[in-house]
Design a protein around this ligand. Structure first.
Ligand SMILES: Cc1ncc(COP(=O)(O)O)c(C=O)c1O
Length: 372
């Protein structure tokens, strides 16, 4: 008997499209047999892992027979000190996406809805719908405005009703790189009903050198319904280890930890993350590399007559004036992996992660060749 398991899945899961990750280097190597491949597709740190994090990870390998510390005591303690928060305000996740999922599983379900912006991180929709809730997508700001494709906070506010339980905001946003300024964001959070959870996703915040850029952590004392999520996957260069965290009121933290999977953060990740927090040298080098790389791309786009979306992240979305999926395929043949973003309703854009200067050169040359 052949069973159609999709029909047996919950209605939320039936309507899902799985997350599309960046194409792995090994996969392209297998397909095309290319020796040298540049991957600028998943907003990873091109400088490698934090050296302090890497050394600490190596030091954990003899203990792989033990389950990790389920509480994550040392990492939480360090985060608490760093942010001036109580231990009870911290949730550790297998990546920040795990924390975002915990919020969805705790507060969303049939008859409830979550509000998020168009062109924002794909997992908000996936986790909301998987939990059985309605995902309400607020149209983005217009492409020809001050913040093209950015979050439209008024449009988001207009979608909130009595059944809204969670609002997701990414600042900066992925894949656009757009951002919200402190006054507007604070006023928006203030306007959200206090029983609606606001997830402020700050996965890329460490890259932002813009003066006055909001720091959601400073607002936790004002908003018991706010959770700020951050990650070690991006600037700390530890994406493979899967470790991130959420900061919130102790009350909200206690609720979402009810659905946390036991031992969700492994011991190698815990040790690496704890050490990486001290790696201020590496962070400074990563920011400098990113700023220089962004300038390199913007100059190239200008020369090529291409428009990009203003970004403060470690990536930039460029309008290639053709279906992005086609240009992506052509660039693959030249050994460069970028990210088509048609699934984010940006069919003519490609999202490019800022790499090393040499990687950026290779990517720019490939883009020129494909668009000539
Ligand atoms: C906006 C945003 N939030 C969260 C994440 C999740 O990252 P991780 O689960 O690796 O912490 C990503 C990853 O790309 C992201 O772009």
């Amino acid at each position: 008997m052949i069973i159609d398991f999709l029909l047996k899945a919950t209605p939320g899961v039936q309507g899902l499209q799985p997350y599309i990750p960046g194409k792995p280097v090994e996969e392209l190597q297998r397909e095309l047999g290319l020796a040298h491949i540049v991957k600028l597709a998943s907003n990873e740190n091109p400088l490698g892992p934090s050296p302090l994090g890497k050394a600490a990870a190596a030091g954990e390998l003899d203990g792989l027979n033990w389950y990790p510390d389920d509480v994550g005591y040392r990492l939480k303690q360090k985060l608490a000190e760093r942010y001036g928060l109580a231990f009870e305000q911290i949730t550790l996740g297998a990546g920040s996406s795990d924390v975002i999922d915990m919020v969805a599983r705790s507060f969303l379900g049939p008859g409830r809805n979550a509000v998020y912006a168009a062109h924002s991180f794909a997992m908000y929709a996936i986790y909301s719908r998987a939990a059985g809730a309605e995902g309400r997508v607020a149209p983005a700001l217009p492409p020809d405005g001050d913040m093209p494709y950015g979050h439209d906070l008024d449009a988001m506010a207009a979608l909130i009703d009595d059944d809204t339980r969670v609002v997701f905001i990414a600042n900066p946003n992925n894949p656009t790189g757009t951002w919200l300024d402190a006054d507007a964001l604070h006023a928006f959070i203030e306007s959200v009903p206090p029983d609606v959870v606001v997830v402020l996703d700050e996965a890329y915040t460490e890259y932002v050198s813009r003066p006055g850029f909001p720091d959601g952590v400073a607002w936790l004392q004002d908003f018991p319904n706010l959770i700020v999520t951050r990650t070690f996957s991006k600037i700390y260069g530890l994406a493979a280890l899967r470790v991130g965290y959420g900061l919130a009121s102790a009350e909200l933290t206690a609720v979402i930890n009810r659905v946390r999977h036991p031992f969700n953060v492994n011991s190698v990740a815990l040790a690496a993350a704890e050490a990486a927090l001290d790696d201020s040298d590496f962070i400074a080098r990563s920011v400098a590399n990113n700023d220089a790389g962004m300038a390199q791309y913007l100059a190239a786009f200008e020369e090529m007559g291409l428009e990009s979306i203003p970004s403060v992240g470690n990536f930039v979305c460029v309008d290639v004036v053709r279906p992005g999926a086609e240009v992506f395929e052509e660039m693959l043949r030249l050994g460069v992996i970028v990210r088509p973003v048609g699934n984010y309703d940006l069919p003519n854009h490609l999202r490019i992660t800022i790499g090393t200067p040499a990687e950026n050169e290779t990517c720019i040359a490939a883009l020129k060749q494909c668009l000539s």
